[in-house]
Design a protein around this ligand. Structure first.
Ligand code: S3P
Length: 175
């Protein structure tokens, strides 16, 4: 199999679903945020604070480029990565992209109290999420090969839905 890439807003469950999916498929999970933090030996909060967002976006693209030889992995990418158009051909080449979609209300609930995401710091959480979502949703839909709605699903159901969709996507590819 080529790779399966999970995209979606912060709090959409990319890492949690990614871990479970990778385990069930017997492959590894690669998380671009985690790789960046390991390489940089500092947190995403610290990178944003010291170098700014544009610098972080550059690191994300570098990570994707490093993955170009990767096969048979589930890859979870940060919520802002697919928004950068420079990353689109890289994502296409890397594998099937699955958008884990969630409504604003669901995300607000899940992101309450998150301290690890610099873009959500300060101000009204709900407003921040709303404005970022407005700017991003269309791009997520454009990039995605498959969309999985997550709002009314538990972890098992999300993973099952992904597996089902990957199957039908593959069958379409073969035809
Ligand atoms: C970001 C999402 C984060 C992380 C960084 C920026 C974004 O990843 O890459 O804080 O721009 O949406 P998660 O989507 O895993 O929270």
């Amino acid at each position: 199999m080529s790779n399966i890439i999970l995209i979606g807003f912060m709090g959409a469950g990319k890492t949690t679903a990614g871990l479970r999916l990778a385990k069930e498929l017997g492959v590894s999970l690669i998380d671009t945020d985690q790789r960046i933090e390991e390489e940089q030996q500092r947190s995403i909060n610290d990178i944003f604070a010291a170098e700014g967002e544009a610098y972080f976006r550059g690191l994300e693209t570098q990570q994707l480029k490093k993955l170009m030889q990767q096969e048979q992995a589930v890859i979870s990418v940060g919520g802002g990565l697919p928004v950068q158009r420079v990353n689109h051909p890289l994502l296409k080449q890397l594998g099937q992209t699955i958008y884990l979609k969630a409504q604003k209300e669901t995300l607000v609930k899940r992101l309450q109290g998150s301290t690890t995401r610099p873009l959500l710091k300060g101000g009204q959480l709900e407003e921040k999420i709303a404005s970022l979502m407005e700017a991003r949703e269309a791009v997520y839909e454009e990039v995605a090969d498959i969309i999985v709605e997550t709002d009314d699903k538990n972890l098992n159901e999300v993973v099952e839905a992904i597996k089902e969709q990957i199957g039908s996507f593959r069958r379409k590819e073969i035809k």
